[in-house]
Every structure is written in structure tokens, then in C-alpha cells.
Design a protein around this ligand. Structure first.
Ligand code: NAD
Ligand code: TYD
Length: 342
């Protein structure tokens, strides 16, 4: 398979968790590519996560909204993008339950806007970063494959599934060179401390309770963020147009086990665990079958779960300033609101 060559790549949502990890990895590995990061800097966007790359002459940041067509058009006019990777999204299920509108604006309308402008400017490849959550929930056995029926259960996953459908339509109808990746739950450095793993770490470090939804037996298939980034890179360069690629870590862990593991790594007692009211529509289990990307593109997750967790816990231990700034600001009021509604 011959690899495509790109000169300028647009990354949207690059100031978020996965986007910032991706930009770091991509700039390092592709020394002749310029990266333009378009990010709205919502509560989840944080330029602190990109401090180490901001002086790189091949990195260019623009603050803007992917749903703002005239802004996006101007950007495409200024840069001649060879490829677009859309990470930008409202990404937290609990927030989507409290207020779904922003999810539709960014995840659905924003995707449509990007697709339209990319089509107008004849962009070579458009990669949509999607999620396993579009498939819904699994019982105790089986895994999601690329042909599993789409059955989203939360406003977040419904908005991501809608975006996937738009991407498919722009491929079928307009012949755009689109690709979709659907990945399982990521963990690693720079993840916003509203998501499960960094929330458990941050709370434990502050001797606060660790809220466990329902019976704590919901299962997620965890993947270290760098492995996800490498999978996206493989799909961008070698993926077949119009295809969907599932990406999973192969690490199924029940939430209660994960919380206990984090407590033990930090030397904190299990008495910090607190069972709280379940999330409405809470998906029971996710598990990904990644055999397509493994066989066709030669990707495999490289980081063991044990190493990934060790690295992540250590990162939060040595980067307290990064997450403490977040939780003393806007995040705190959101947290309070969530608790008031229980
Ligand atoms: P995140 O919430 O950490 O980051 C999202 C970024 O998008 C932020 O920087 C935010 O400022 C930006 N953004 C939001 N709305 C925007 C808009 N309208 N215009 C421009 N920028 C905007 O999310 P993440 O965890 O890094 O997830 C990135 C992508 O990966 C999302 O599309 C998400 O659905 C997908 N995904 C995430 C996971 C996971 O476990 N985190 C798993 C699979 C797929
Ligand atoms: P989350 O990080 O929100 O990811 P997602 O819902 O997209 O999979 O949550 C991961 C799991 O952890 C999920 O089963 C919900 C659960 N959870 C808790 O038990 N307590 C919490 O405070 C949070 C945020 C999540």
C-alpha cells in the first residue's frame, strides 16, 4: 500500500485531551508537515496542554468554532489543507444529559460545516474521530465490530452517531475521501478531570470521595491515549476511503475495580469509595473488536494496561498544577451542579 504524503493538516479540537496528545506525536514523527490546530477553547480546551509545542514553527493555533462556516472557510482559504482530522467535540456523557444542545451544535452541525467546507476546497482526506459509544451497550459477552448496528443511548453518543452518518453521506453522495475511527475509552496525560480515571485520581489525592455510579460493575475497554493516536495516524495514511475502523485497548475493567486499583496505587483507603445514583441510560459494557485495523493496517496497541495506568497516575502526581487549576475554576461549579441533581 502506498502512503499518502501531506504538507498541511488541520486538527480540530487540538487543545483537548486526545487532540493535544495527537499533535505532540504527529509533529514529532512528521517533520515536514505543518499542523494547524483549530479549537474553540471550551471548558475542555487548554493551551497549557500544548506548552511544549507552541514554539514549534510547524505548529499554528487558531481559536474558532467548527460550526462557524465563514471562519472555517477563511481558514481553508488561508491554508491549503491536504487532510482534516476532526477531534473537536463536546465529549462528556454526563454533560450531554444535563444540556444536549451544545452537543448537537458542535458534534452534528460542526461536523457538517467542516465536511461542507472541506468538500468545497477539495481536501484530500477527512478523518472523523468517533467512538465505540455509537454502538450502544453490550451484554456480558461479545464485542463491537464495524458492522454492529448503531444504537446510541446518550445524547453524546447520539450526536456522535449522527456525525458518523453525515460523514458516510458525504462519502457516498459527494465522493469525499472520508474515514471514520471508533475508539474505546482513552486514558493518559492531559485528560480533563471530569472523566472517570482522572477524576478518581484527583479526588483520591485530595482525600475526597470517589463517586461510583450504580453498582460499579459497568465495564469499559481502556486504551492508552498514545495507542489511539497511533491508530489514527495509521488510518489517516493507510486507511481505505469510506471505511470505518474500530480501535480498542483490549483491557476490559469494571469501574469499581479501576477505582480500587487507583486507590491502591496512591496508598489511599477503599473507604473513599462512594456508591452514588446511577447515570440515566448508563451503558453496561463496551468492548471493541479491533481485528480489522490490526489485519489491514498493521496497528496494535503497544502499551500494556499496567504500564499505562502507572504512567497516568504518575503524570497526575507530578502535574498537580495542571489539574488543580482546572478543578478550582469552572469545573467545580459543574461538579456541584451534578451533585445537586442527584
Ligand atoms: P475533550 O473534551 O478533551 O476535547 C475536545 C476539544 O474540542 C476541546 O479542546 C474543545 O475546546 C474543542 N471544541 C469543542 N467544541 C468545539 C467547537 N465547536 N469548535 C472547535 N473546537 C471545539 O475531548 P477528547 O476526550 O480529547 O475527545 C476528542 C475526540 O475523540 C472527540 O471527538 C471524542 O468524541 C472522541 N473520542 C473520545 C474518547 C475518549 O475516551 N476521550 C474515546 C473515543 C472517541
Ligand atoms: P466516563 O469517563 O464519563 O466515560 P464514558 O461514560 O464515556 O464511558 O465514565 C467511564 C465510566 O465510569 C462509566 O461507566 C461511568 C463511570 N463513572 C462513575 O462511576 N463515576 C463518575 O464520577 C464518572 C465521571 C464516571
Amino acid at each position: 500500500m502506498t502512503e499518502t504524503h501531506f504538507k498541511v493538516v488541520l486538527i480540530t479540537g487540538g487543545a483537548g485531551f486526545i487532540g493535544s496528545n495527537f499533535i505532540r506525536l504527529f509533529l514529532e514523527r512528521h517533520r515536514d508537515v505543518d499542523v494547524v490546530n483549530l479549537d474553540k477553547l471550551t471548558y475542555a480546551g487548554n493551551l497549557e496542554s500544548l506548552r511544549d509545542v507552541e514554539s514549534n514553527p510547524r505548529y499554528h493555533f487558531y481559536r474558532g468554532d467548527i460550526s462557524d462556516e465563514s471562519f472555517v472557510s477563511r481558514l481553508f482559504h488561508e491554508w491549503h489543507f491536504d487532510a482534516v482530522i476532526n477531534f473537536a467535540a463536546e465529549s462528556h456523557v454526563d454533560r450531554s444529559i444535563l444540556g444536549p444542545a451544545a452537543f448537537i451544535d458542535t458534534n452534528v452541525r460542526g461536523t457538517m460545516t467542516l465536511l461542507e467546507v472541506a468538500r468545497e476546497f477539495g481536501v484530500g482526506r477527512y478523518l472523523q474521530v468517533s467512538t465505540d459509544e455509537v454502538y450502544g451497550s453490550l451484554g456480558p459477552s461479545g464485542k463491537f465490530t464495524e458492522t454492529t448496528h448503531i444504537s446510541p443511548n446518550s445524547p453524546y453518543s447520539a450526536s456522535k452517531a449522527s456525525a458518523d452518518m453525515l460523514v458516510r453521506a458525504w462519502w457516498k453522495t459527494f465522493g469525499m475521501e472520508t474515514l471514520i475511527t471508533r475508539c474505546s475509552n482513552n486514558f493518559g496525560p492531559y485528560q480533563f478531570p471530569e472523566k472517570f480515571i482522572p477524576l478518581m485520581i484527583a479526588n483520591a489525592l485530595q482525600d475526597k470521595k470517589l463517586p461510583i455510579y450504580g453498582d460499579g460493575m459497568n465495564v469499559r475497554d481502556w486504551i492508552y491515549v498514545e495507542d489511539h493516536c497511533e491508530a489514527i495516524e495509521a488510518v489517516l495514511y493507510k486507511g481505505k476511503t469510506g471505511e470505518v475502523y474500530n480501535i480498542g485497548g483490549g483491557n476490559e475493567v469494571a469501574n469499581i475495580e479501576m477505582a480500587k486499583l487507583i486507590l491502591s496505587k496512591l496508598g489511599k483507603p477503599d473507604s473513599l469509595l462512594e456508591y452514588v445514583k446511577d447515570r440515566p441510560g448508563h451503558d453496561r459494557r463496551y468492548a471493541m473488536d479491533s481485528s480489522k485495523i490490526e489485519t489491514e493496517l498493521g496497528w496494535k496497541p503497544r502499551r500494556s494496561f499496567a504500564d499505562g495506568i502507572e504512567l497516568t497516575v504518575n503524570w497526575y502526581l507530578s502535574n498537580e498544577e495542571w489539574w488543580k487549576r482546572i478543578i478550582t475554576g469552572e469545573y467545580q461549579s459543574y461538579y456541584k451542579l451534578q451533585y445537586e441533581q442527584r
